[in-house]
Design a protein around this ligand. Sequence first.
Ligand code: TMP
Length: 254
Amino acid sequence: MARRRQIFEGKAKVIFEGPEPGTIVQHFKDDASAFNAKKIGTITGKGVINNRISEHLMTKLGDIGIPTHFMRRLNMREQLVREVEIIPIEVVVRNIVAGSLAKRFGMPEGTPLPRSIIETYYKSSELDDPMINEEHITAFGWATPPELDEMMSLTLRINDFMSGLFLGVGIRLVDFKLEFGRLWEDDQMRIVLADEISPDNCRFWDTKTDEKMDKDRFRDDMGGVEEAYQEVARRLGILPESGPTDMKGPELMQ
Ligand code: TMP
């Protein structure tokens, strides 16, 4: 296989130049990080599962008319996506109190929110992803008011759809993080959903037992991390046919 140009290596993914202009390849690694990379480790098979889960969710979201960067899965660890200009904002949606919201306001984890809360954070590891509001976003030019409106409206649709989808398989969608990008087609620009949606950037709790089925198991050394990721995929009906014994997938090609 020809060597591909690596564009960027992140904590959980490597980004390569795609086969055609305007495309890139997302390679999902097993590497895991938490607390802004203060904690790092490996979750065996995570890359394979996240590649599948993100493919599944982005495809379903596409089916209901949400524009996404996803094109197609290439192999067990890689997917082809459209190259977009990433907007440097993390959009977090919360349906139930957990994580940093619980800490910030001293609220017990698990408290249902009367309505979904959307928060925005500036994507900057050096600054520890500070929380920002609309004023910062528009004043510093990270997104224009219409772009922000579009991101918020897409986020609410994504939350409604995903909450229902996961509830149907016995999982509460507690909170999650989204990223958006600008997709240029001729002179037209569209805001599209980008990055990934997986147990790395969502909180999933079992509806019956409240058991955590996401990266919190890694963050808090709870054990059963691999099994939790596999269980999310299994409930969505997308475990690789070969089953969890074949989760290593191909090695990273550079
Ligand atoms: P938090 O409670 O730590 O603020 O996280 C809220 C949600 O956003 C949770 O599902 C994890 C996700 N998230 C990321 O994907 N990346 C991040 O850098 C942070 C801080 C949160």
